[in-house]
Structures are given as structure tokens and as C-alpha cells.
Design a protein around this ligand. Structure first.
Ligand code: NDP
Length: 294
């Protein structure tokens, strides 16, 4: 079998297009422009590139991008004060504090200080609890993107056996909650799981969010299954260069799986598209408008 390649770039572009149309309608009908504040503390080059890309896409979708860059020496009190300011600013509908934060700042405290209605990353304990309780919530962007990609293949995920490798608060746990909400039968695996290959071979839907280059081999995948690869791992390449690979051994998996996301070009592009969607949803909710139909 040769897997169908799930084209995250195209699916994300389609989603961004729908969000942009909805943003234009919001401006035309209500005079509203959703705004998102992205806060970056310190000078992590990878985060800076990511934040720049985010800002460009936010602007391209017709939204306000409010970028706040703070020095690496910023104290927790200073960052809490900024979050308080953004919480109170009516132009700001979404707040995203780029993680990781420098060691003097407790990221849990910062996340908990964000107004849950503006928590477009979906990391606030209230949104985490709402998702777990099956209530409407702002949900984390990468997990939401994973579920959209799986649904692009299957339509409904009801009754599927899903295995999620990874239990982080950012990816593993929320993706498992979202799959459960889609009526999949979900197993969460982690570093203490016994016989991971055998567990994975039972999955109709395998989500790898590990952070270990090509750990999931072709013979871990049930023939015909769908594999969604969240991993972003930089590995040495020829000529002293480096390249990005996922958590799934792509060539091996492509020979076995029914559908597979590439890295790059799979889950990655969905994350920012889902951030735009969350910002639009947050803006509508804050203005008492119905959930946008996307
Ligand atoms: P974390 O390091 O927070 O979590 C990794 C998880 O993998 C942990 O639960 C860990 O288990 C589990 N794990 C580690 N080693 C093994 C192993 N040998 N066997 C089974 N499970 C293992 O990572 P994140 O969840 O933040 O990210 C995961 C990957 O996704 C990374 O490559 C990251 O770069 C990428 N990512 C991509 C995004 C995108 O937009 N495409 C966005 C966010 C992340 P345990 O809990 O027991 O330690």
C-alpha cells in the first residue's frame, strides 16, 4: 500500500481562507476587527521566526496583530502586569504568550492570569476543564489541527481505535480529549508504556507527539491506518546542514499506512490556521455574536 499524503499546507490554506472571509464579513456587518496579542519574552531564534510568521498570517487574515517583545530579564510581575493590560484592552480578543518562558517566570502562573475568554492557545485551566467536561471551550491549536486533518480523511472518527503517543499539556492530553469528544476510543501512551509497537499496531488512528526523530517505525503501523505526525525534530543532514523530520519514519510508514501527514507540511501549518480560527471565535464570543460557521 502507498499512503495517501495528507496535505496540511492546502488544508490549512483553505481554513485560513474561510477565517479570512468570516473576518471580512465581521468588519462589513459589525465594524469589528479581531485582534490578537502575541507576547514574546527573550530572544529564542526559533520562537522569533514563529512569531513573525504568526504576525504575517494574522495580518493576511484581516486581523490586528499586536506584537509585544520583552527582554529576557523580564520579571514575572512585569509579565503579569502586561497580561493584565492586554486582558483589559478591548482591541485585544486573543492573547498568546509564546512558550517556553525564561526560568524566572512560572508559565503556569502566566497562563492562569490570561482571561479565559482571550486564551486562544486553550491552555488556561478553565478551558482545559471545559474541554474535559465536554463544554464549549477554546482548545489548543495543534491538537485541533490534528483532529481536523484526521477528519479530512475519515469524516467521522466515531468508533475508531486511536492511539496518542505523548501526554503533554500542549499536545498529547488535549488531542486525546478532542478525539474522545469525536467518539474515538482513545489510548494515551507515554515513556512508561509497555510494548508500544504492539499498542500502536492496534490503532486505526495513530497520533505521534513525542519529539523523537523517526521513533515510530513502519512495522508499528497497522496496514491502512492513518498516522498524524506532530513531531518536529532537527537532525543532521549531508554537507554539515540539518533537516526537519517527524516522529514517524516517513518512508517506512508511507508503505504501510492508508494516510499519513508529512513533516514539514502536515500538522505544522494547521497550528497557525487554528490560532486564527480561535481568535475569530474568541472575538465573536466577546461581542455576543454566534459561533462563526467554518
Ligand atoms: P513533550 O516533550 O512535552 O512531550 C513528549 C511526550 O512524549 C511525553 O508525554 C513523553 O512521555 C512522551 N515520550 C517521550 N519519549 C517517549 C518514548 N520513548 N516512548 C513513548 N513516549 C515517549 O513534547 P510536546 O508534546 O510539547 O511536543 C511533542 C512533539 O511535537 C515535539 O517534537 C514538538 O516539537 C512537536 N510540536 C509540534 C507542533 C506543531 O505545530 N507541529 C506544536 C507543538 C509541538 P512522558 O510524559 O512519560 O515523559
Amino acid at each position: 500500500m502507498t499512503a495517501r499524503i495528507i496535505d496540511g499546507k492546502t488544508i490549512a490554506a483553505d481554513l485560513r481562507g474561510k477565517v479570512t472571509d468570516s473576518v471580512h464579513r465581521l468588519l462589513r456587518d459589525r465594524g469589528l476587527v479581531p485582534g490578537i496579542a502575541v507576547v514574546l519574552v527573550g530572544e529564542n531564534p526559533a520562537s522569533e521566526v514563529y512569531v513573525r510568521t504568526k504576525s504575517k498570517m494574522v495580518a493576511a487574515a484581516g486581523m490586528h496583530a499586536i506584537d509585544r517583545k520583552l527582554p529576557v530579564t523580564t520579571t514575572e510581575a512585569e509579565l503579569l502586569a502586561l497580561v493584565g493590560e492586554l486582558n483589559a484592552d478591548p482591541v485585544v480578543n486573543g492573547i498568546l504568550v509564546q512558550l517556553p518562558l525564561p526560568p524566572q517566570i512560572d508559565s503556569h502562573k502566566i497562563i492562569a492570569a490570561i482571561d479565559p475568554a482571550k486564551d486562544v492557545d486553550g491552555f488556561h485551566p478553565l478551558n482545559v476543564g471545559r474541554l474535559a467536561s465536554g463544554l464549549p471551550a477554546l482548545v489548543p491549536c495543534t491538537p485541533l489541527g490534528c483532529v481536523m486533518l484526521a477528519k479530512s480523511v475519515h469524516g467521522s472518527l466515531a468508533g475508531m481505535d486511536a492511539v496518542v503517543i505523548g501526554r503533554s499539556n500542549i499536545v498529547g492530553k488535549p488531542v486525546a480529549q478532542l478525539l474522545l469528544a469525536e467518539n474515538a476510543t482513545v489510548t494515551i501512551a507515554h515513556s512508561k508504556t509497555r510494548d508500544l509497537p504492539a499498542l500502536c499496531r492496534r490503532a486505526d488512528l495513530l497520533i505521534a507527539a513525542i519529539g523523537r526523530a523517526e521513533m515510530v517505525r513502519g512495522d508499528w503501523i497497522k496496514p491502512g491506518a492513518t498516522a498524524i505526525d506532530v513531531g518536529i525534530n532537527r537532525v543532521p543532514a549531508e554537507g554539515g546542514k540539518s533537516r526537519i523530520v517527524g516522529d514517524v519514519a516517513y518512508a517506512e510508514a508511507a508503505a504501510v499506512a492508508g494516510a499519513l501527514t508529512p513533516v514539514p507540511g502536515g500538522v505544522g501549518p494547521m497550528t497557525i490556521a487554528c490560532l486564527l480560527l480561535n481568535t475569530l471565535r474568541a472575538a465573536c464570543a466577546q461581542h455576543g455574536l454566534p459561533e462563526p460557521k467554518i
